[in-house]
Design a protein around this ligand. Sequence first.
Ligand SMILES: [Zn+2]
Length: 337
Amino acid sequence: MKFVFSESQKSHDPRFFLSSGAQRPNPEVPRRADILRRAALDLGLEEVAPAEAGLAPVAAVHTPEYIHFLRHIHARWQRIEGASEEVIPNIHPDRRGGAYPASAVGQAGYHMADTSCPISAQTFDAALASAHTAFHAAGLVLGGERAAYALCRPPGHHAFADLAGGFCYFNNAGVAAQALRSRHDRVAILDVDLHHGNGTQGLFYRRRDVFTVSIHADPVRFYPFFWGHADERGEGEGLGCNLNLPLPRKTGDDGFMAALEQALARIDAFAPGALVIALGLDAFEGDPFGGLSVTTPGFARMAGGIAQLGLPAVIVQEGGYVCDELGANLASFLGAV
Ligand SMILES: [Zn+2]
């Protein structure tokens, strides 16, 4: 199997992070990419760099207004007297009307769901490289590869069409799914990250050509809180094309696999031509976020179950934070897919 990686993704090195109101080091660090890349190489995967693809892959799933914002907001922010080094929103408009603020501060509030997606001078280029990584992996699968692994960082599944959030800027899994649609009438996205893939759900919520499934810690007491509940099933044409499987905190391998079996049965019934796996490794029992209790061998069980679908698959890296077993968890999954 090939894996796609771009060094320029590492230039994004966010500092700001709030946890329960306290400022802490941001856990979405470049070292994550080093650990995951080492594990992929040790597993014998062949590394390839993504081709330059311009803005088209992200423009296929994000609004022009949002792309323009991400590209220019850091420079605009620096012109504000006394502004922070990274762009951090200080206003959070829950219910946005049609009006679009002219000011940098207003737009940061409009386009940033929370404070865990700070924007530095390097963020736009790194996030675009991450999207290109997913796009290139989709191209490999369209070209006949059975599966390809996109080592994406920053991650993407909390990013909506016009909204960053939760360490995410461009929705890499969405970019890959949209690319696969060029060849396949129906595509499914299976998100196994600890956190609900709210941005991915949002991108396709009113569409029936992309089936979105997420297995995650129950948002009733866990990020992203406002999405990820079992009664969110899609809207309009997309009704019935979104499936959320929230799990109680500390659910282990057996509970996770039971939910996965439900997910796989629904994906099979949707009859997609290809699959995107939004691979968070933070459901691990030793992950710093501590939400679920999947073990290292549990990731191999997960991959083995998914492989039974027999679908060409783009594996897109989402979360999974620095801990001793991070590389082993990736190897466990990729070795069994
Ligand atoms: Zn996560």
